[in-house]
Design a protein around this ligand. Structure first.
Ligand code: ASP
Length: 318
């Protein structure tokens, strides 16, 4: 087994892999093509995630994402290179759909890991991304209806007290989703990419687990990677993604590591709300598994040699 202080063993380099949450399906073919051509895991996970961010029908990520209480779409994303363990993240990014590419720019162009708000938007401009309104009419309508149904008001500005509204409108069952993509290239490099518009109707400026390295995602080419969807505050409190990779480093199987992490999340005090959490995992030997404490959840995967990606049931851990 690779130990904490060592580099990957080149004699046992695995074939490429790409693993994602079910909503990554729209981006899988692009990521697979990069890995098939011998490209890097980092490029593959970014490319796959970009296509999910472009998808207006996915109201949990990028363009067309659900907005915060004020009707503003704020994006969170992070990317990690498991070989150098350099990483970059953005939070509360407004006006640019490609949050994952801005996160990569944080990693590659700045001496920082996490940049939020106006600074993240400024960096997006510097790398030539086009500013646009991310709130689509479909997402705006669903947002308004949901807000009315939850709060009995016509909108956030009628109520004034946003902190009061945040507790009513953003109940944990409404956490909408995130895209997770984990890749392993033929050189043995592992990378993670995660992107989300966060919790629908969240308090402005709220960051979830997605931009918090070690909570929403973590990658280490010696051992593996993990990424989360679900109630982000819980993944932050439990350090979920890092916990899984650390468990694998200590010798746990993915099944043991994922199970321990979900049981740990389930032990948090959530005030009676279901501790909604799902994770995808990928080990350095190319094995992969996904977990959820909700039933009926699936994930997508591609293994070197497969003509196309496939999907499979997640392990249910209750
Ligand atoms: N984890 C995301 C967040 O808390 C939302 C989700 O995946 O459902 O922002």
């Amino acid at each position: 087994m690779t130990s904490w202080g060592s580099s990957p063993d080149e004699s046992t380099m695995p074939a490429a892999r790409l693993v994602g949450s079910a909503n990554a399906a729209v981006g899988m073919a692009a990521g697979v093509e990069i890995l098939r051509q011998g490209g890097s895991a980092l490029d593959a996970v970014e490319a796959a995630t970009r296509l999910v961010e472009d998808n207006p029908d996915d109201h949990t990520v990028g363009y067309g994402g659900y907005p915060n209480l004020l009707g503003e779409v704020e994006l969170d994303a992070s990317i990690m290179d498991g070989t150098s363990r350099r990483c970059g993240a953005v939070g509360s990014l407004r006006g640019y759909r490609a949050a994952i590419t801005v996160a990569r720019a944080v990693m590659e162009r700045l001496p920082h890991v996490l940049v939020v708000g106006d600074g993240a938007a400024r960096l997006a401009t510097e790398i030539g991304l086009v500013e646009e309104d991310l709130l689509t009419p479909a997402a705006a309508e669903l947002w308004q209806k949901g807000l009315n149904a939850k709060t009995g008001t016509g909108g956030a500005d009628e109520a004034g007290m946003l902190s009061w509204m945040a507790n009513i409108a953003t109940d944990p069952e409404r956490a909408p989703g995130t895209v997770n993509v984990l890749g392993l290239d033929r050189a043995g490099n592992i990378a993670s990419a995660v992107s989300t518009s966060g919790w629908a109707w969240k308090y402005p400026g709220r960051l979830g687990d997605t931009p918090v390295i070690g909570a929403g995602a973590y990658a280490d080419s010696r051992f593996g990677a993990a990424a989360c969807t679900g109630w982000g505050e819980l993944a932050i409190r439990a350090g979920t993604a890092r916990m899984i990779v650390a468990a694998v480093a200590m010798g746990a199987t993915l099944l043991e590591a994922g199970r321990a992490a979900l049981l740990d999340v389930g032990s948090l005090d959530t005030g009676g709300h279901p501790p909604t959490m799902s994770v995808v995992t990928l080990a350095a030997d190319g094995t992969h598994l996904a977990f959820s404490n909700e039933t009926g959840k699936r994930y997508v995967f591609w293994e070197d040699g497969m003509a196309s990606f496939d999907d499979a049931a997640r392990e249910h851990i209750a």
